[in-house]
Design a protein around this ligand. Structure first.
Ligand code: ZN
Length: 456
């Protein structure tokens, strides 16, 4: 058993003072309120439920800053994707592991306890599978082990270049599987995950309605979806909406809700381009909207229909997706600011009256945990000990009341206010630093040097 003592804690029922939280086998075993510290307790200022980062492609972190140069007349999401494909052509298993470890470390130092790794780079450079079919999944799990982050691994089914079963293009050969081989890969990854802590999950991720087909999707859901998270990219770009509409006869979200058993164990990534009717229908399913505001801004995707979705009680969480920037506070404030800029309005993403920061943070904590299949998202007995401590004596926060604190965190602070982080009870960040920081950074630098030499 380990324990923390916090001067202030955001419990499931609200704010508390002088709180002890005991942790056992990864979960919260006891909460004592208005009490005193015991010998051996880790002392922190303010403890909050830590968020899940529900959508990541870790290797893309290594491209951050390489795609912001304007080329006359040709920059778009699709030219960004071309560079991403050049990158994926060269990555080795060692590099994938080293990059993922750095990314997971950065997430934990930013206050995320867990990650949904949406993993589509499966095969050797020439597109043939490794002798070990789940080689790259194993590398992601190794990175999770080194960092201690809570992993929900999401192997991706990627079979086609576009709607209508268009064959994969050259840059996509490392991603490709048919349903049979994909199911074998998932089984193998589930076997490998049994060596990780109990909170590790393996779900599935049909990549998008572009990269899978209706019959394949039905088959894979039947074979693999039982009680594990299902994530899918959807309606990120107008061109994708047009392609799906032309090929399948309905808009992407509309088609998915009509043709798949979308419910609480589903996470729809982006869902940017929805009509009001789609927005309402999606909220009613109980699925989580996987919003990635920083990446969506970076790629020029567009803003989410936040106000309509919240009116209908829709669940959401946040993800760092391309990992161009890993910052929990930045994701939440970009989400709210995207709505303000579009609507010429303020304080949009709160239903009724109340603190926007509090509403955003607590909803993302619960939605993120739901999307990753983690019993987390609030501080309560029996929940996973996914906890983050922040320093509310920091100059950006010290003037604020309990009711204002999460507004300060979301709109005024940087992630440096994070002092400690527990992923399912694993105390990975202490005094603002990840416990394996030096070794992980050294390996990352070596991996990047070799990768850049190869790309040339
Ligand atoms: Zn993505």
């Amino acid at each position: 058993m380990t324990a923390l003592f916090a001067r202030r804690a955001l419990l499931a029922g609200g704010w508390d003072r002088n709180t002890r939280v005991e942790m056992q086998a990864g979960s919260i075993s006891l909460i004592e309120t208005k009490t005193v510290a015991k010998p051996g307790d880790t002392l922190v200022d303010t403890v909050l439920p830590a968020l899940a980062n529900l959508h990541s492609h870790s290797f893309q972190r290594a491209m951050a800053g390489m795609t912001e140069y304007r080329m006359a007349g040709r920059d778009s999401f699709w030219t960004w994707r071309d560079l991403m494909y050049r990158f994926t052509a060269h990555l080795t298993p060692e590099q994938i592991e080293a990059i993922a470890a750095l990314v997971f470390l950065e997430m934990q130092e930013a206050g995320y306890a867990s990650v949904g790794e949406f993993h589509y780079l499966h095969h050797q450079k020439n597109g043939t599978p490794y002798d070990n079919l789940s080689e790259h999944s194993d590398r992601i799990m190794a990175a999770a082990s080194q960092t201690g982050i809570g992993l929900t691994h999401l192997p991706v089914l990627y079979s086609y270049a576009g709607v209508g079963k268009r064959p994969l293009e050259q840059g996509q050969m490392r991603f490709g599987n048919d349903v049979d081989r994909f199911c074998r890969l998932v089984e193998q990854a589930r076997g490998a995950a049994s060596a990780l802590p109990d909170d590790c999950r393996v779900g599935i991720a049909p990549h998008s309605l572009r990269a899978t087909a209706p019959d394949d999707l039905a088959q894979v859901l039947l074979a693999q979806a039982t009680q594990s998270p299902v994530h899918i990219h959807i309606a990120e770009q107008p061109k994708e909406v047009q392609e799906v509409q032309a090929g399948l006869g309905a808009r992407p979200v509309e088609w998915l809700l009509d043709n798949a058993p979308v419910g609480r164990d589903w996470c729809l990534i982006h869902a940017t381009h929805m009509t009001k009717a789609e927005t309402r229908a999606m909220a009613a399913t109980g699925a989580v909207a996987g919003l990635c505001p920083v990446t969506e801004a970076n790629l020029g995707d567009g803003p989410f229909n936040g106000a309509t979705y919240l009116e209908e009680g829709g669940a959401f969480g946040v993800g760092s997706d391309s990992n161009v920037l890993i910052s929990l506070t930045e994701e939440l404030r970009t989400l709210e600011y995207s709505q303000r800029l579009r609507d010429l309005s303020r304080n949009v993403l709160v239903h009724g009256e109340g603190s926007v920061g509090h509403a955003l943070y607590t909803a993302a904590a619960q939605g993120g945990a739901q999307a990753l299949g983690r019993q987390a998202g609030e501080i309560a007995t029996g929940r996973l000990a996914d906890l983050v401590a922040i320093d509310s004596t920091h100059p950006t926060l010290c003037a604020l009341t309990d009711a204002q604190l999460l507004d300060g965190l979301v709109f005024a602070a940087k992630d440096q206010v994070v002092t400690d982080l527990w992923s399912a009870g694993r105390h990975c960040v202490q005094a603002g630093r990840h416990r394996a920081r030096d070794a992980i950074l050294t390996r990352y630098r070596t991996a990047i040097t070799s990768l850049l030499e190869e790309i040339g």
